[in-house]
Design a protein. Sequence first.
Length: 269
Amino acid sequence: MAISAHWINMSSNNPSQAPQAAETAPSDKTVLAWTHTARFLTTASQLHHLPASELPEIAFVGRSNAGKSTAINTLAQQKRLAFASKTPGRTQHINLFHLGPKDAPDALFADLPGYGYAAVARDAKLRWQKVMADYLEVRRSLSGVVLMVDSRLGLTDLDRQLLDFVATRVANGEVKLLVLLTKSDKLNRKEAQAALAATQEVLGAMATEESDVSISLFSALKKQGVADVAHILYDWVRQAPVVPAMPDLDDLPEDPSAALGEPGDDESR
C-alpha cells in the first residue's frame, strides 16, 4: 500500500495501477494545465439526455455542502466553472465538461447533483436517486468516480449507499474510485491522519486485485492535494480503454436499492 503526504492508494498489489515512476510521470504543470482546459459542454436532467461518448468520463459526487463545486473549480483553476445552488441540494442536473484541446477533447468531467439535504422534497430525492443510480451503474463511458466527503464527518450512510451503486464496477476495475476528504485545512495533523485511516478502513472491502481505490486529503482554501488529484485523474484518462459511443438505456436496472437522502437527512455542521 503506497502512502504519500496526502493520499493513499489501496490497490498497489496491481503494478499497473501503482503511481508512475518519477522519471516518467508528468509534471505538476502539465496535469494542472490539463485540468485548466475544462469547459462546459451540456447539461441534462435524465440519463438518456446525455450524449453518448467514447471519451473517458470522470464523475464528481458528494453530499450537499461537501465542497464539490469548490473542488471542481479549484482543480480547473476557474472561479465559476461549476455552480453551487444558493439552496444546497436544489441543483438537479448532470453537467458535463470537456477537457483537452478544443478541437480534440480527451476526457469529460461529470458534475452530479449533491444529495442528502433535507430541504429537498422527497419526490425529487427519489427521482434523483434513480438517475444517479442508473448513471453510476450503466454509464458506458464512466471511467472514474471522485467522491467528495467532508473530512470532519467521514463517510456517512448516504455516501456508503452511493458507493453501493458503483461497487461492482469498482471491484472489477471497470471504474476507478477516489475519495476526496475535503476541507482538510480544518483538521490538525492528528485529525487528518485519523480521517485517512477511518476512510481507508471503510473502503478496504472495495479494494481488490483489479480495483483502483484511492483516498486523498483536499483543501481548496489551502490548495492542499490539488496537484496530487490532478495527477490521479490525468493518469486515469490515459489508462482508460476506448468505449463505443452507444446509448446506455439498454442496461438500465429496474430500480435502485436504496434512497440517497430521505427527509431529515440534513447536513451535519
